[in-house]
Design a protein around this ligand. Structure first.
Ligand code: HEC
Length: 357
């Protein structure tokens, strides 16, 4: 009994250690941050965060320092990423080397204070925070509105057909909280290799804090060959939250309504848990998704469950190009044996595809 209690206690301690690997428990001192900014950063970034293009020093850099007072830019970059840039310099995070490292010159507290100060340079309350730009899961829908290009390949291992479905997604931030969606769907199997659908949609961030985000989206999938069907309307709610600095949880509820007969559609509930064990983006991060899909017109045994273990692999130093590899396993009587996924994503708001490898 005692060993059991001891084990439970060490397990709990282990969980706490897992949950707190690199959390900054320091409450930022903005006044100190302002002083550090004025003495260390303002020469390049300007007195209020916007660089002065006429300054000889800025001209000599050969690259224009980021405008930290631009609300869209300021809001979409997570505080943790900026602390990394300030501490280790631009090069370490895939940015220009002209942004110098400050890990020798500034203490950890000064880095936290000055970063909190630059974050406070502009009111970003109307924009969803970059902290909630969580890892893109394979099937669970993501809530944060992005500027991103994603290729997703799905190979189904099933007797005879073995179809490869490829989706190219182009996502563009619209305004303060919206995102336009364009998707091209291509299917390649034993009998065909063709573009099957073009999907257009819009996602809107409905509510957020530094720990949560909730979005809603509507997508219309139009078949390329209109003889096939009238297409499908899809709508989803997507939610993301940071359980702790190391654990992120995302979930989505998606409803599909075929235009021919809405009742032939299905509801899909998906959840994804990722372990973010390091603040360095170029790492391998494990994740697990669980997906349940239920046709509206239910027959016995129609509820399909799958598990989708996966890894996110940051490819560039800043992680703005990343790979996700996953294997989906049926947990109920599906016709396929398993499905392999490869997702390549490029967050183009953070720079060109070839930057920072
Ligand atoms: C010698 C000039 C210089 C100094 C000093 C400097 N920076 Fe920078 N900083 C830059 C340049 C140039 C960039 C743009 C890098 C790029 O976009 O590739 C930049 C980028 C940044 C970014 C944006 C990172 C991103 O996500 O794109 C932040 C935040 C930042 N600097 C904060 C600071 C802070 C805080 C200090 C003071 C502790 C500081 N910088 C000092 C030149 C400087």
């Amino acid at each position: 009994m005692l060993t059991l209690i001891l084990r439970a206690r060490s397990l709990a301690a282990g969980v706490i250690v897992l949950l707190l690997p690199f959390s900054g428990l320091h409450a930022a001192d903005l006044q100190n941050g302002q002083a550090v900014y004025a003495s260390t950063c303002a020469v390049c970034h300007g007195p209020a965060g916007a660089p002065d293009p006429n300054s000889p020093l800025v001209q000599g850099l050969g690259v224009v320092p980021a405008d930290l007072s631009d609300p869209l830019f300021n809001s979409r970059e997570p505080t943790g990423d900026w602390e990394m840039v300030v501490r280790y310099g631009g090069h370490a995070m895939g940015l220009a080397a002209q942004m110098p490292p400050h890990k020798e010159a500034l203490s950890d507290e000064q880095v936290a204070d000055v970063t909190a100060y630059v974050k406070s340079l502009v009111d970003t309350s109307a924009y969803p925070p970059g902290e909630m730009n969580l890892f893109l899961p394979t099937r669970t829908k993501k809530a944060f509105p992005e500027d991103e290009v994603v290729y997703k390949g799905r190979y189904s291992n099933e007797s005879g057909e073995n179809p490869l479905k490829s989706v190219l997604e182009i996502e563009k931030r619209i305004g303060k909280r919206g995102q336009g969606i364009l998707e091209l769907v291509h299917v390649n199997d034993a009998s065909r290799s063709e573009l099957t659908d073009v999907e257009v949609g819009y996602k809107h961030a409905l509510s957020w804090s530094n720990r949560h985000i909730l979005s809603g989206a509507v997508i219309y999938a139009a078949p390329v060959d209109s003889g096939d069907s009238d297409g499908e309307l899809q709508t989803y709610l997507a939610y993301g939250t940071e359980l702790s600095p190391a654990w992120i949880l995302q979930g989505s509820l998606r409803l599909k309504f075929p235009m021919d007969k809405a009742s032939d559609g299905a509801a899909e509930l998906a959840g994804a848990l990722h372990y973010v064990h390091s603040p360095w983006p170029r790492q391998v991060f494990p994740g697990l998704e669980i997906i349940a899909e239920q046709p509206y017109r239910s027959r016995n045994g129609d509820l399909e469950w799958t598990a989708l273990p996966q890894v996110r692999i940051g490819l560039t130093r800043g992680g703005h190009v990343a790979l996700n590899l996953g294997l989906e396993l049926p947990l109920s009587g599906q016709s396929w044996d398993n499905r392999a996924y490869l997702t390549l994503l490029w967050d183009f708001a953070d720079g060109g595809f070839f930057k920072g490898w």
